[in-house]
Unconditional design. Structure first.
Length: 518
């Protein structure tokens, strides 16, 4: 006799760790760039290029890439930009990892500070967070039926689980040509650029994943002409399309991480031969997991009528969906220009990123805290310092409603900045407003005693002969038709028929006639 089984794929974290890496060095201004008069702002990102695991340790190699916007020390002070990079090499202790494991490292730049040593040298200091994890996919075998000729009584129980169907990484390429609107000067050189994702969403379809969202692009450039004016340009680029994904079906539960990978911005001539066309070529990185929420009837117990059947079990667990939730919250605040800094003449563009703090269970669900780090580039009335940047933070605290958040709950929260507006109140103050969204997948781990196999043997003649052929049985507390039938090797349906029972419900004190072999 064999068990018929349904395979359930469950992803789980084998081991994980969080490490912080400090990167600092002095950087010389490249010969092709002008001297520095005053720093304005900076931005950067961390890329991981090599991950190598050994016993209980992970060796990580990557790069910090940064851009610095500054005012040049020339006869006419103009904005200029310098790009650079610093290597990262770190060994992180990760208990339980082995050389054969596939380690995922997610890197995030927590802090970047650039200081001016002299007009040709800058000091760069950065703090990067490295989140390391090793995920495995376990195959859970759930017994759902029996293949054999033996007469077997079988009891089933429903099992709900998340079945991991697809786990892979993919890319979605965005190519867009933009043309500068009339009235703006031709583009001589790019000085500064920012690119961010907004309101990204996805939906599982048959054999493909549909994507929708927006890319927010900001450019500061030097225009053509004798005065070489510094001009800014903003655009919202729609993202619509799909990624082919074999095995995907409509209705699957998506857990997708989005990120901007490679990005290239090129200036081209338009039909009149003027540099007014901006070509964006961007790669969107997708880390995809898709699940199916399944419900199967599994064998919880069984016994033989004419053979001795012993159930063999072992402990197991299944991943179950608690909830998939999306929440939004608004934050606002006022930003003041610091003492001695140039006053605001006009705001050019605002940029923000979410820095998550803590995710803590609370009576209503999960409490999420953190801050939106905001930068607002503006022009001034000071010809010595024509541009400057306002920097501040908007703290947030939001409670995502979750039905239950026990110790066995696992949650993945993906924040995104949907909207950010910074408005000028006066020359010394600005008002900031942001809309944040949080996509949460909360799962529970259910411990189960899994039936793995059965041992079949002939009935013990002595044990069988010791059982009476007919029993007038009085039901005791805790008894059920199942337990009585299992004790006397009698099918449940047979006892129901013999005692004219409409259901399997019995209570203490009920009298039953049990006939062996009837």
């Amino acid at each position: 006799m064999d068990l018929m089984k349904r395979t359930i794929h469950m992803d789980r974290v084998k081991c994980s760790a969080v490490a912080q890496v400090t990167i600092e060095d002095d950087i010389n201004i490249t010969d092709s760039r002008p001297d520095v008069y005053q720093l304005v702002t900076e931005q950067g990102c961390v890329t991981v290029e090599e991950v190598r695991a050994v016993e209980d340790h992970v060796h990580i190699r990557g790069t910090l890439r940064f851009q610095v916007l500054y005012i040049s020390d020339e006869e006419v002070h103009r904005p200029a930009c310098m790009e650079g990079s610093l290597p990262i090499e770190e060994q992180v202790y990760l208990n339980g990892v082995s050389s054969s494991d596939n380690v995922t490292v997610r890197a995030a730049l927590e802090d970047l500070s650039v200081g001016m040593i002299n007009s040709r040298k800058l000091s760069v200091q950065a703090l990067a967070n490295l989140n390391l994890s090793v995920e495995t996919v376990e195959e859970i075998e759930a017994a759902v039926g029996i293949d054999g000729e033996e007469t077997v009584e079988m009891k089933t129980a429903p099992l709900q689980a998340l079945d991991l169907v697809i786990a892979k990484k993919d890319i979605f390429r965005v190519r867009q040509e933009l043309e500068l609107p009339g009235g703006m000067p031709n583009l001589f050189s790019l000085l500064w650029q920012t690119c961010s994702l907004k309101e990204m969403s996805c939906r599982a379809q048959d054999e493909r994943l549909a994507l929708e969202g927006e890319i927010s692009l900001f450019l500061l450039y030097e225009g053509e002409g004798e005065e070489r004016p510094a001009v800014w340009y903003e655009a919202a680029i729609p993202v619509r399309g799909s990624v082919e994904c074999q095995g995907m079906r409509e209705g699957m539960l998506e857990n997708i991480r989005f990120g901007i990978g490679q990005k290239e911005i090129e200036v081209k001539a338009d039909s009149d031969g003027e540099a007014r066309k901006i070509c964006l070529d961007l790669v969107l990185d997708l880390d995809m997991k898709l699940y199916e929420e399944i419900r199967v009837e599994t064998i919880s117990d069984l016994y033989g009528v004419d053979r001795e059947i012993e159930a063999v079990r072992q402990p197991g667990c299944c991943k179950q969906l608690v909830t998939k939730n999306t929440g939004k919250t608004k934050v606002s605040g006022r930003f003041a220009v610091g003492t001695g800094l140039p006053k605001i003449q006009q705001l050019c563009g605002s940029f923000g990123e979410i820095q998550m703090g803590a995710v803590e269970p609370c009576p209503e669900g999960l409490k999420l805290t953190g801050a939106v780090l905001v930068r607002a580039l503006y022009t001034t009335q000071d010809p010595e310092l024509p541009f400057y940047c306002l920097k501040d933070a908007l703290p947030f605290s939001y409670v995502m409603e979750v039905p239950q958040t026990g110790q066995d709950c696992r949650y993945e929260i993906e924040p995104s900045l949907e909207q950010l507006t910074v408005s000028m109140l006066d020359a010394e103050e600005a008002d900031g407003k942001a809309m944040l969204s949080f996509h949460g997948l909360i799962c529970g781990i259910q411990e189960e005693s899994m039936l793995t196999s059965v041992n079949v043997s002939d009935l013990d003649p002595e044990k069988l002969s010791a059982l009476p052929g007919i029993v007038a049985y009085i039901v005791k507390d805790g008894d059920s038709l199942w337990s009585i039938g299992k004790k006397y090797y009698v099918p449940v349906a047979r006892m129901k028929e013999m005692n004219d029972l409409a259901s399997e419900e019995v209570k203490a004190g009920d009298k039953l006639l049990v006939v062996k072999g009837w």
